[in-house]
Ligand binder design. Sequence first.
Ligand code: GUN
Ligand code: FE
Length: 461
Amino acid sequence: MEKATQPRAFYGSFFHTPEYGSFEYLERALIEVGEDGAIERVIAHDDPDQAAALAKAREAGTLYELGEGRFGLPGFVDIHIHSPQWPQAALALDEPLYRWLDERTFPLESKFADVDFAKEVYSDLVDQLLARGSTTAVYLGSAHLEATVALAEICAEHGQRALVGKTVMDDPAANPDYYRDASPEQAVRDTETLIREVEAIGRKSRAGAWPVITPRFIPSCTDEVLRGLGNLAESTGAYVQTHCNEGQWEHDVVLERFGKTDPYALRDFGLLREHSIMAHCPYLTEEEGEMFAERGVAVAHCPTANSYFSSAVAPIQRFRSQGIHVGLGTDISGGYSPSMYENIRQAVLVSRLLETGVNAQLPPEERGGLGEGTRLSLVESFWLATAGGAEALGLPLATFEPGRAFDLQVIDVKRPDSDLTGFGVFDEPIDRLARILYLSTPDNVRQVFSQGVLVCDKDAR
Ligand code: GUN
Ligand code: FE
């Protein structure tokens, strides 16, 4: 994959959001990238050093110019996606969660016992994510060890940074016989093996690969396995991910079983640690949120999936003001779209409904809205998809700052079927950024670099 002459200096105009709530437009900047793919220096256009640095890179043949009408954005960080659900993206979303799982998802995921099938699906998924600018993904695999290790290998080969978990679901009372872990002991052993194997892949992967301890969610798991995985998290320090507080059904089932809510049950099993990733959480109370913030637990906000399965909108501004780490996830296929662009948009839209409430037959103050301070701006949503994900994972990614991995998507705003130039009217940087985030299609994303290396080039097709 590595080219003979790797670009080491990238010249063009870039958008990023190092701080929540604001963005920077780096116009005609030069970004110098080290051998290892980390950013070494960002040289602004008005810096007297820029001309010499540009000339030097040009002479060395290591200069990459984004070109006219093109803008750079950081690669996206999708912190919640189910790899084996890719074949059913967009399907059966009219069903409630438990029926969607039983009738669609489990039969589909069980097919990943066939590793050849898994490789075919996963190769396509990883390419499609890269083609939409997602250079980092936090995956839930199927319950199969071999297919999940294959996923990590495919991500490394294709140049995507990956955090990968084998989904654990061992409770015979909750899962079909054709698709579950044989026993809690086997599930923990398989997870131990996964940790070893993915760590080994991570050592040779340029962009990195990390294992994730992944109980599907409490209702799929026995107490034994939850305890075993909590102990494993403690002894290995590996990442943890699960679904938490996604819907009323899950909330009630967990409360009934343990006499406490999902977050406290997960905490007491040892599964809420720094950089544990809890998907969804619309039901998270203020008190539970404080506990998340104290522990450095992250929320994976999946706005599209929540609209289908949660009957609720996660109050992201409250989470942020409580100091909880929050990133964004596509949740393929509880969410239908593999695109983080789509989820940036959805996060903004649903926050507007949460602000006001929605039943216009009631007076405004009775519509259930949370009121002022609830909505997410487009730029805040962009932060969630980039720097927020990086913060959730504790990895130096997703902004154009020295020391961070250089992950870049190059956006062409003048594609024949998707022109984002707005006739030159309203042409401030925020207007350009808004058009890119709201209106771009996969076709506008022309090149993608991951850890400094070209991993997708649509102009070369
Ligand atoms: N809860 C348990 N499993 C799943 C899943 O696959 N998707 C979603 N959205 N919620 C879940
Ligand atoms: Fe999910």
